[in-house]
Design a protein around this ligand. Structure first.
Ligand SMILES: [Zn+2]
Length: 382
């Protein structure tokens, strides 16, 4: 059984983990210098254009798949308030981009990845994007063996990728942990490397971790043991938690309830549960926050919008879970496609999620942005 040694051997924290963390606190701010609209740049038109005679429509096939001008020079049309994407997987975003965007596709080394990320930010994130929490949850990032699917797809090795990502991108912070899909690949070597990553000052949280009975890619009992193990480590290290739960709410709650103190900082990410489950979590933990993604914009997401109604703004986090969960978006300027059906979410989409929350709660979008920014500062210190 792969767990026997790590279960026995980890009652004390690794000395390297006791290093004090450097806190780089920043506060929500309003963007002060939004460049004026330019006649040549279609992106710089206001969100609700004045009623002027319509220009003839360009044929559909002439609309570029990606933004033709850098978004990074202008604020998002929906809001100019600065924001943090509290949950994304940008290293996975760039491996999915079409060759025409950023010149990305396959990557030979970490420098190429860093360059592709910088290009992505420049072309697709608005100027009020401030930072993101990039979630690393594959054992391969932490010295684990290669997954067969990566070998088959000839994806370049990912060992130490997290170090390269933070080194090259000062706006990128990390959460590190082992996803329930990968629970079966958790072992002592992975844990040792994971602890090293958690000690880095730019690693702000532990996760994502939890239970996923929908896909069931690891056996339930293995998922539970690895989840419990990581929760215990997070308590020892006093690290905020990123929780993934899918079709496993009862077991997730039970394990969290039995391990975590009431005041532990928790981000339940990509919430797709019921309003009742949201209330139960909020009632049990004082510092628990609920992350909403682009899912809340889907036509089928009425039950999740019911949860949005009962979660106070003081408890909401905004996240994309990019490259997944692309919000509904009719404006082609914000959409990166890979093929006719697949759309790739990225950090530039946060205002679309805030807008939908604002509609559900019948408040202004900037109120949602302000609360989410303040909540992010509390949970992640960013
Ligand atoms: Zn995720």
């Amino acid at each position: 059984m792969i767990f026997t040694r790590f279960l026995r051997s980890t009652s004390a924290a690794c000395p390297v983990l006791l290093r004090p963390q450097i806190r780089t606190l920043s506060r929500p701010r309003r963007m002060s210098a939004v460049p004026p609209p330019s006649a040549e740049a279609p992106i710089e038109q206001p969100a609700k254009p004045a009623k002027t005679p319509k220009a003839p429509k360009a044929p559909k096939d002439k609309i570029p798949a990606a933004a033709p001008v850098p978004f990074s020079t202008i604020a998002h049309p929906l809001t100019s308030l600065s924001y943090v994407d509290t949950h994304c997987h940008l290293d996975m975003v760039i491996t999915r981009l079409p060759q025409t965007h950023c010149g990305a596709g396959e990557f030979a080394d970490n420098e190429q990845i860093a360059k592709a990320l910088q290009d992505l930010r420049h072309q697709s994130f608005p100027s009020n994007f401030e930072a993101c929490i990039n979630v690393m949850c594959d054992p391969e990032y932490f010295g684990g063996e290669r997954d067969a699917q990566y070998i088959a797809a000839e994806v370049p090795p990912m060992h130490n990728r997290w170090e390269s990502l933070v080194e090259h991108n000062p706006w990128l912070y990390l959460a590190c942990g082992i996803h329930p899909h990968n629970a079966i690949r958790y072992n002592d070597t992975v844990e040792e490397h994971l602890l090293k990553a958690l000690a880095h000052p730019r690693t702000k949280a532990m996760g994502e971790m939890g239970l996923d009975y929908f896909y069931g890619l690891s056996p339930k009992e293995t998922q539970k043991a690895v989840f419990r193990r990581q929760l215990e480590l997070a308590v020892q290290l006093d690290k905020p938690l990123v929780i993934h739960t899918r079709e496993a709410d009862e077991d997730t709650f039970e394990i969290m309830d039995s391990v975590l103190p009431k005041a532990h900082k928790i981000h339940v990410h990509c919430f797709t549960g019921s309003a009742e489950f949201a209330q139960r979590l909020l009632g049990r933990f004082d510092n628990l926050y609920i992350g909403f993604t682009g899912v809340i914009t889907f036509n089928s997401a009425d039950p999740i919008r019911e949860a949005v109604k009962v979660v106070p703004l003081e408890k909401i986090l905004l996240e994309t879970d990019a490259p997944y969960m692309m919000p509904l978006c009719k404006d082609p300027r914000f959409v990166i496609r890979k093929g006719p059906a697949s759309k790739i979410a990225h950090c530039g989409h946060i205002p679309l999620i805030a807008e939908r929350i604002a509609q559900v709660k019948e408040v202004e979008i900037d109120l949602v942005m302000e609360h989410a920014r303040r909540n992010t500062l509390f949970v992640y210190g960013l």
